[in-house]
Structure formats: structure tokens, C-alpha cells
Design a protein around this ligand. Structure first.
Ligand code: MG
Length: 233
């Protein structure tokens, strides 16, 4: 169906690298290391992780739309979680954030069939990455998960200076990857940043939808498992 394509651009977080699972593993470890079980009077990390995950998605959405900066994103996601769990956010230990940022990107949980699908695609197509992540975190994830070698070019929004869905980052990634938009396609989990962002510059796009949200009417292509790409390409 897309066998006429030459260049495939992937998103990283929530598309190849299982952000939620890796974050959850890290938070679970740190919850007990920092004795949050005493602080919150809760013997499991479940509630903390649940509230944090909602806050994290919310602040990333604000960041994607350019409404907050990186420092505010990192501060708010934990401060708001403390407040909502009824604990003074001033009690949040500053080294928790540093440890979280150091450990989380070293986690290596990927979405099912990620490696076998990249292995399948890499010989037939040029693969590229466009991530809205932060420079150090992104590089650490690629290194620890051994993903770097799959990609001919890697564009990280923090280095380039604007985030998806800004058309400039797609135009730059196409130029940088020596790819024509007609023969390129973007695959990502974020409808606005990845799918509509790519479509706005004239690229095709596939919505990666592993949690099965309702497909918006203007989105044509959707997969729920990365292995479907082995049929489509
Ligand atoms: Mg993503």
C-alpha cells in the first residue's frame, strides 16, 4: 500500500519507545528510594504514578503548543502531583527530578514488534526520526535501546529549535534527510504533532494508535500495532 515510499519518518516517544512503561518503572523505583510510601502514607506507588501520568501528559501538551518551556514542564508535573495528592509541593526533593531524568531514558521498553519491524523496514527504506524530546534524554534513549543505527537522520526539536507540528521542522527533516515529501511518510502517535503536522506540509502520515482511541474523520491511515507496517510497506 505504501511500497512506493522511499523515506519513513518515525516519532520516538509513545511510538517506538514505550514512554509510559519506562516512566512507570522509573517512578516505581524512585518512589521507594525517596520513601514516598511514608510521605504519602501509601504502600504502593500506583496512585502517585496514576496522578503523575495525567499531569505529565497535560504539561507535554502545553509544551507541544509552545505554552510552557522545558523548565516549567519539569517543575509542574511533580509539583502538581504533590498538590493533588495533598502534600506540600515544597517537600518534593529536588534530586528526585535529577534522578528521574538520568534513569528514565536508560530504560529500554519498546512497543511490541518495534525491533523486528525496524529490521524489516531498514533494508527497503531510509528511516528517519523526528522527536519533540529533549536532547540529552533523546540521545540516552537511542543509545540504551540501541535504536540509533536504524536511522539515517535524527532531528530533535530541542536542537533544531521548534517542535512538531510546526511545518519548519518537517521541512528541515525532509531537506536534512534528502527526502522528497511525495515519497515520504510520517508515523507517530500524536494526531496534531505527528499526523496533521506532516499532512500540513504535504507528507502522508500514519496514526499509531495502540490504545485504540476513536479515529478522527480527517485521519486516513491508522495502525494499532507496529507489525502492521510489515504488511503496508
Ligand atoms: Mg510521540
Amino acid at each position: 500500500m505504501f511500497t512506493h515510499k522511499k523515506d519513513i519518518f518515525f516519532d520516538l516517544d509513545h511510538t517506538i519507545w514505550d514512554f509510559d512503561k519506562n516512566a512507570e518503572e522509573t517512578l516505581h523505583e524512585l518512589y521507594f528510594k525517596f520513601k514516598f510510601d511514608d510521605l504519602f502514607q501509601q504502600q504502593t506507588a500506583d496512585r502517585f504514578i496514576e496522578v503523575y501520568t495525567v499531569n505529565n501528559h497535560r504539561v507535554w501538551d502545553l509544551y507541544h503548543h509552545g505554552k510552557i518551556d522545558k523548565a516549567t514542564l519539569r517543575k509542574l508535573r511533580f509539583a502538581d502531583t504533590f498538590t493533588q495528592l495533598g502534600v506540600d509541593p515544597d517537600l518534593f526533593p529536588s534530586s528526585f527530578e535529577d534522578e528521574y531524568l538520568a534513569i528514565c531514558p536508560t530504560k529500554t521498553n519498546l512497543f511490541p514488534h518495534a525491533i523486528e519491524t525496524l529490521d524489516y523496514l531498514k533494508d527497503k527504506y531510509s528511516l528517519h526520526l523526528i522527536s519533540n524530546g529533549f536532547k540529552e534524554a533523546c540521545q540516552s534513549k537511542l543509545q540504551h535501546s540501541k535504536l540509533g543505527p536504524y536511522f539515517k537522520t535524527i532531528v530533535i526539536s530541542e536542537i533544531y529549535g521548534v517542535n512538531k507540528p510546526d511545518p519548519r521542522i518537517f521541512e528541515y527533516a525532509l531537506d536534512n534527510g534528502k527526502a522528497a515529501k511525495e515519497s515520504s511518510i510520517m508515523i507517530g502517535d500524536n494526531i496534531d504533532a505527528d499526523v496533521r503536522g506532516a499532512q500540513n506540509v504535504g507528507m502522508d502520515a500514519i496514526f499509531f494508535n495502540p490504545i485504540g482511541v476513536q479515529k478522527p474523520k480527517d485521519i486516513n491511515n491508522m495502525i494499532i500495532d507496529l507489525k502492521e507496517l510489515q504488511q503496508l510497506f
